[in-house]
Design a protein. Structure first.
Lengths: 211, 186
């Protein structure tokens, strides 16, 4: 009986090793394929009202990143307002002499139709008196266990006329250049993505002559 | 007999799990200080571009799969068919999908057609999700607004949604016309 078991175990050993090797190969292929080869931040398109000549002086940056249907955990995969503030202060406000204030209207389950009518924005506008409002609105998202990538529709409003004078569509890819990434459940930091995102914003605003 | 009943129960359960969720009804809200409804005679329908009804859903090994969520062409055709049934003249225009000033994009059509009302549809969100097990789903939400003539403020507005499991283009057009009919616009 013992002999038979030992023989069976002996026969099973190579097939077990082969199975583990197969599994490892599948995981390695999946991980490599899943590693996004693209850039972490991509500008899809930008547009400016050509008749508009004013430059940014006092800008209110409003983050509106909740998307209907998005569950709560993947929201941790979005760049935070504090991270945008650090990047914007360093890369746009400081170097270009622009004064900036920041408001976050992002809230799980809350759909914002018009940020300018949000009480928090209206209140901040009353005290800060901006010349422009820069709305950062999430337009689409792709999830696979965690937030993989999302598109931000950035729109610049001239406060005096209430008109949208510039907009840009920017994709933030959380997986680009990562073999693996900390899950959204652990609320990872996104300062690198925020820096690249603000770099993209700055380059588009500069190209449009708004800075 | 028991085995057959058990099998039938499993099959029924499986079928209901695979059935796409029913479409969310088209909603309608009236502007709080808006004018009373006026009969629509000439309607300019403004729709997002075709590609706004498609989504890239993550697939196996980092690749993506393009899925169809909403057919704006079928939606527009159904709107036209139903509105014309109510004696409304319809002109359908398509947005560039990246507008700064919508009135500017519509200028030519408005001047030619002189609509009594405008019905504008916008994409409010698009999301794609796939599980580690490989199943994928795509969803999109739309906002619609009805304006009187050249007005900048809508008189009625609402929302509807779609998903990649089933095409709700016709049902959404049907629901929208019904809402406007109930509100006294037809």
């Amino acid at each position: 009986m013992g002999k038979t078991t030992r023989a069976a175990a002996k026969r099973a050993a190579p097939s077990c090793a082969r199975f583990v090797a197969w599994l490892l190969m599948i995981f390695a292929t999946a991980a490599l394929a899943g590693c996004g080869g693209g850039a972490p931040v991509t500008v899809v398109q930008s547009k400016k009202d050509e008749s508009y000549t004013a430059k940014l002086q006092r800008v209110m940056v409003v983050r509106d990143f909740y998307l209907t249907g998005m569950s709560e955990v993947p929201m941790n995969g979005l760049v935070r307002l504090s991270e945008i503030k650090v990047a914007f202060d360093t890369k746009v406000a400081g170097p270009h002499g622009v004064q900036a204030d920041y408001v976050d209207v992002t809230e799980y389950g809350k759909v914002v139709r018009d940020v300018r009518r949000e009480p928090a924005v209206a209140q901040a506008m009353g005290t800060f008196r901006p010349t422009h409002l820069l709305e950062l609105k999430a337009a689409s998202a792709t999830e696979k266990a965690s937030l993989q990538r999302y598109t931000v529709d950035a729109g610049l409003y001239d406060i005096a006329s209430g008109k949208l004078v510039w907009r840009s569509q920017i994709v933030i890819d959380n997986m680009a250049g990562h073999l693996m990434r900390v899950g959204d459940r652990l609320a990872p930091a996104h300062q690198d993505e925020a820096n690249l995102f603000v770099d993209a914003l700055r380059s588009q605003l500069e190209a449009a002559g708004l800075l | 007999m028991i085995r057959r009943t058990f099998l039938a129960a499993i099959l029924a359960g499986g079928m209901s799990a695979c059935a796409p969720p029913p479409p969310r009804p088209v909603t309608l809200v009236a502007a709080p200080d808006g004018p009373p409804p006026s009969k629509i005679q000439k309607l300019l329908v403004w729709l997002p571009p075709t590609q706004a009804g498609e989504l890239n859903v993550p697939a196996a090994f980092g690749s993506t799969k393009r899925v169809h969520v909403f057919d704006f062409s079928a939606f527009g055709d159904e709107l036209r068919r139903q509105f014309e049934g109510h004696g409304v003249q319809v002109l359908i225009g398509t947005s560039s999908g990246f507008e700064l000033d919508r009135a500017d994009e519509q200028r030519k059509l408005r001047a030619q057609f002189r609509p009594t009302h405008r019905l504008e549809v916008d994409v409010s969100y698009r999301s794609a999700e796939s599980t580690m097990a490989g199943s994928a789903r795509g969803a999109a939400g739309f906002l619609w607004r009805l304006y009187n003539g050249e007005d900048a403020k809508p008189v009625r507005a609402g929302a509807f949604s779609a998903n990649a499991q089933q095409d709700y283009s016709i049902a959404s057009a049907d629901g929208l016309v019904k809402r406007l009919d109930e509100a006294g616009y037809l």
